[in-house]
Design a binder for this molecule. Structure first.
Ligand code: NDP
Length: 484
């Protein structure tokens, strides 16, 4: 052993005498329980995995920065957007949704597009997807929806019957299903896809005036997709293709970038817009609310350690900063609870103090204790509020903006039920070649469904979006359009 090598130690810092041979009674053993280095090594190994995420388990991440390119401070006081040229460090995690941690990157699935901005007023997480809409619009349906995307409880196989049964009985999914089955359901790489905040959020400016906002990250690499045959081959030959591509691109100095634009809606328009602007199965037409550029995101640094950074990263759409607030979107409201809860379960109550999640700005709370508290736990400082000890105090200037609510507390369905216009608009904006591939993909995906009733029900939805869309799928499946 060369003299300048560091000494191997146990996790409690004592030098290790032998890391190749366990302590045994004689040369043949048995092994002695007094080999505490061996015990610790095996026991830690057993605990190397934290529970994988129930959704978005397979991911790739990178560090980078956001730079403001246009002054939108008349809409938001968020320090992240404070002045043109300002840079804020960030970490991004891309992911597939349904597959397990070891699953293939190149499957047809929405891609998670989660950004953690380390702003100087705390962390801001924008936890979106590469699609502007979602399958459902009320969080109460989420566990059922995800069950259909996961494995059958008996066969442990993916189950197209459940997938299409649920979708056909939840017609609000049609828009997202159309996007998913289109060419963009198979992005060429994580660099060649757009990202969206998907939900509507609220921006509030320094005067306390609010607007509704939607976020769009547009890839500066251009949108590129994989042909299904290529994706299938990659899934077999190199299941980590997207992870590898992102790492290599950044490693070689080919830094991917996205323009961030927003759509801004005056608060009062929410009552009169022809779609419910808080319904996450709908977009706001860009003809009504054009994109306004605000900045640029660049990814320029790979993680040093996958587990410490990508796996332990915890994103929540409720991680807001002053100037950015929630909207009444029922899917968002459910996520505000569910993401934090998932992290407390998966990583632990103190997940926010891990280096990847820790804000770069000062954190002063009265939270104490809990598993794996790795900082000084507040030392001997005052640990309750209000107090006479001059402890950290609230600042009224940072109260969230009030908004009017009304109506009976009740489980009420959405009252806008046009699930068809927007998927139809998307179908109609596709080229003839794109439509043909869309239809082929849907027909291929629906063929294994055993029940004609489910297939007919779903064909009815495609037909209502656009008769040609429905007819072509019905023909592909050898079925007729259902009578009304
Ligand atoms: P616009 O014509 O103003 O916008 C069309 C949008 O569709 C653009 O964002 C464009 O993004 C995107 N787009 C273009 N080609 C495709 C494609 N092959 N697959 C998926 N998206 C594509 O119309 P509207 O805003 O009125 O929207 C019409 C339809 O476009 C919507 O019903 C929706 O399905 C879809 N769409 C709308 C978005 C929105 O925020 N309004 C966002 C994404 C899709 P790009 O040119 O960058 O590819």
């Amino acid at each position: 052993m060369s003299e300048d090598k560091k000494k191997l130690t146990t996790s409690w810092g004592a030098p290790v005498g032998d890391n190749q041979n366990s302590i045994t009674a004689g040369s043949r053993g048995p092994t002695l329980i007094q080999d505490v280095h061996l015990l610790e090594k095996l026991a830690h190994f057993n605990r190397e995995r934290v529970p994988e995420r129930v959704v978005h388990a397979k991911g790739a991440g990178a560090h980078g920065y956001f730079e403001v390119t246009q002054d939108l401070t008349s809409y938001t006081k968020a320090s992240l957007f404070a002045e043109v040229g300002k840079r804020t460090p960030l970490f991004v995690r891309f992911s597939t949704v349904a597959g397990e941690n070891g699953s293939s990157d190149t499957v047809r699935d929405p891609r998670g597009f989660a950004v953690k901005f380390y702003t100087d007023e705390g962390n801001y997480d924008l936890v979106g997807n590469n699609t502007p809409v979602f399958f459902i619009r009320d969080a109460i349906k989420f566990p059922d929806f995800i069950h259909t995307q996961k494995r059958h409880p008996q066969t442990h196989l993916k189950n197209p019957n459940a997938v299409w049964d649920f979708w056909s009985l939840s017609p609000e999914s049609l828009h997202q299903v159309t996007i998913l089955m289109s060419d963009r359901g198979l992005p060429a790489t994580l660099r060649h896809m757009h990202g969206f905040g998907s939900h509507t959020f609220k921006w509030v400016n320094a005067e306390g005036q609010g607007v509704w906002v939607k976020y769009h990250f547009k890839t500066e690499q251009g949108v590129q997709n994989l042909a299904p045959e290529v994706a299938a081959k990659l899934a077999a030959d190199n299941p980590d293709y997207h992870t590898e591509d992102l790492f290599h691109a950044i490693d070689q100095g080919d830094f991917p970038s996205w323009k961030l634009s927003v759509q801004i809606m005056p608060l009062e328009d929410a009552d009169s817009y022809r779609f419910d602007p808080f319904d996450v199965t709908k977009v706001w037409s860009q003809k009504d609310y054009p994109l306004i550029e605000v900045g640029r995101m660049v990814l320029d640094r790979n993680p040093e350690n996958y587990f410490a950074e990508v796996e332990q990263a915890t994103f929540s759409p409720g991680t807001f900063v002053p100037g950015i607030e929630a909207s009444p979107d029922k899917m968002l409201q459910g996520r505000l609870f569910a993401y934090g809860d998932a992290h407390r379960y998966r990583v632990g109550a103190n997940h926010q103090s891990l280096p990847i999640n820790r804000p770069h700005s000062e954190v002063n709370t009265y939270q104490r204790d809990g598993q794996m508290r790795a900082d000084n736990n507040g030392g001997g400082s005052v640990y309750y509020e209000p107090n006479s000890a001059g402890g950290p105090a609230e600042s009224a200037a940072h109260k969230t903006s009030p908004y009017e609510v009304g109506g009976a507390a009740d489980s009420v369905a959405y009252d806008h039920n046009d699930h068809y216009t927007q998927p139809g608009d998307l179908y109609r904006l596709l080229s003839e070649e794109e439509r043909t591939r869309l239809v082929q993909t849907i027909v291929g995906a629906m063929q294994p469904v055993e029940s004609d009733e489910i297939k007919r029900r779903q064909i009815g939805h495609f037909y209502q979006a656009d008769p040609e869309y429905g007819i072509r799928i019905a023909e592909g499946l050898g079925l007729s359009i259902p009578e009304e």
